[in-house]
Ligand binder design. Structure first.
Ligand code: 3BY
Ligand code: FES
Ligand code: FE
Length: 420
């Protein structure tokens, strides 16, 4: 436990914390920010991990990060190391990255390529389907390799987005419908023919919910995001109650162009957990670069129109994304502790685009590096103020912060359902 964790230890047992969390969630005012322990208490954090991150579908990465057999990446879901690997048959599978001998992590690198998965401790060797192939000669005659394959995590792919679920049983709901819609909406991008151009990993001293809350409103944009506002319109989606007629007219003109090219754009919601919507960027701009001009010479997939705005894909609890004409950007949030999170941002371009010729990674990342850092400071200051003895939940604006209200409705309902 970190010093902060000790300072904020309010409950004597996890069972007591479970009851407290249920009470806090049931009694909270839905239009107000959360009670303090839900933002800073280590027991509450542990319950967020058990009830949300170990039970719900999480975004982990894109299929084009692991294009060929044996390509893998790793991800830490709290204290659960997970391995996502492309099998010999081309399928993508997720395993717990924990050896069935004595539990060692098998892959310690962030990403790589393997023929087989070999545990560094005593060289137990698994194929990319998780079958144990080799356990030396030391295990005795009665040893059954078949009983010691890697443990699988649920893994599904839609439109190139890879999701994992660490629960025994996947949650009920409309997730498959969302994946099918992702397939349809991502078709123009041909994700399999994209590549990771650049990646950032940002450590933020704030509870994961503060990171998501911050992303779910643009109330803070005007005062904090000069680079982003060169291109981003602050309306959250095409149904935003604040959007003026001039925006709706512009959207209608853009939509007509997109329809002519067969580019999906209609707002799709799956509860408040998943949403897909294509939003125009500021008139005259193409993509989220510092000047709104192109980020890559090569357009993605079958795209012809550089003015595709940004298709925003939201997946609670841990991802938002911006799909544009010549590159797309995916965002992933992973909790580390009650007051620490990891925000990973990845920029993708056409797989044939040549670095330094067709695109410059520094230019691609410039706007969102600045924006992420601005958001990090906002999140960290939010956390520090919330830790005050004087903090009490405050009211959200129903017009500017409806996205935050939606997120916390989802969080509250999901945590209560999973707490049982
Ligand atoms: O563009 C985003 O990803 C979100 C939406 C509004 C605030 N934030 C920058
Ligand atoms: Fe993996 Fe021993 S812990 S081989
Ligand atoms: Fe922001």
């Amino acid at each position: 436990m970190t010093q902060n964790d000790l300072l904020n230890l309010n409950y004597s047992s996890l069972e007591q914390a479970r009851e407290e969390m249920t009470g806090l969630l049931k009694e909270r005012n839905r239009d107000y920010s959360l009670p303090q322990p839900l933002y800073n208490d280590p027991h509450m954090f542990r319950l967020d991990m058990e009830e949300i991150f170990q039970k719900e579908w999480l975004f982990v990465g894109m299929s084009s990060e692991i294009p060929s057999k044996g390509d893998y990446f790793t991800v830490e879901v709290g204290q659960n190391p997970v391995l996502v690997v492309r099998g010999a048959d081309g399928s993508i599978n997720a395993f717990h990255n924990s050896c069935r001998h004595r539990g060692s992590r098998i892959c310690s690198e962030h990403r790589g390529k393997v023929a087989n998965l070999v545990c560094p401790y005593h060289q137990w060797t698994y194929d990319t389907k998780g079958n144990l192939l080799f356990a030396g000669t030391e295990m005795g005659d009665g040893f059954d390799k078949q009983q010691h394959g890697l443990k699988k995590a649920h893994c599904k792919v839609g439109g190139g987005f890879i999701y994992v679920c660490l629960a025994k049983e996947v949650p009920e709901g409309d997730f498959d419908e969302f994946l099918a819609t992702l397939d349809e909406y991502m078709e123009p991008y041909d994700v399999e023919n994209t590549k990771l151009a650049v990646e950032s990993n940002m450590y933020e001293k704030a509870n994961w919910k503060l990171v998501i809350e911050n992303n779910r409103e643009c109330y803070h944009c005007e005062g904090n995001h000069p680079e982003l506002l060169n291109t981003l319109l602050e309306w959250d989606d095409t149904n935003d109650p604040r959007a003026p007629q001039s925006f709706l007219d512009y959207y209608a003109r853009q939509a007509a162009e997109w329809d002519a090219e067969g580019i999906p754009h209609k707002h799709k919601s799956f509860g408040v957990r998943n949403r897909i919507v294509r939003m125009p960027l500021k008139e005259g701009t193409q993509v989220m670069t510092i000047d709104g001009e192109q980020g890559c010479n090569k357009l993605l997939g079958r795209i012809k129109n550089r003015h595709l705005g940004s298709m925003r894909i939201l997946h609670l609890p841990n991802s938002w994304n911006h799909m544009q004409s010549d590159h797309f950007i995916v965002f992933r949030v992973l909790p580390i502790s009650a007051q620490e999170s990891l925000v990973t941002t990845k920029w993708f371009v056409h797989k044939d685009a040549v670095e330094g010729v067709d695109y410059n990674p520094e230019r691609l990342r410039q706007v969102w590096d600045a924006t992420n850092d601005q958001d990090r400071v906002l999140g960290e200051e939010n956390q520090l103020g919330i830790n005050s003895v004087a903090y009490e939940p405050g009211p959200y604006s129903k017009t500017y912060e409806f996205g935050v209200i939606n997120f916390l409705d989802w969080y509250t309902d999901t945590a209560l359902k999973n707490l049982g």
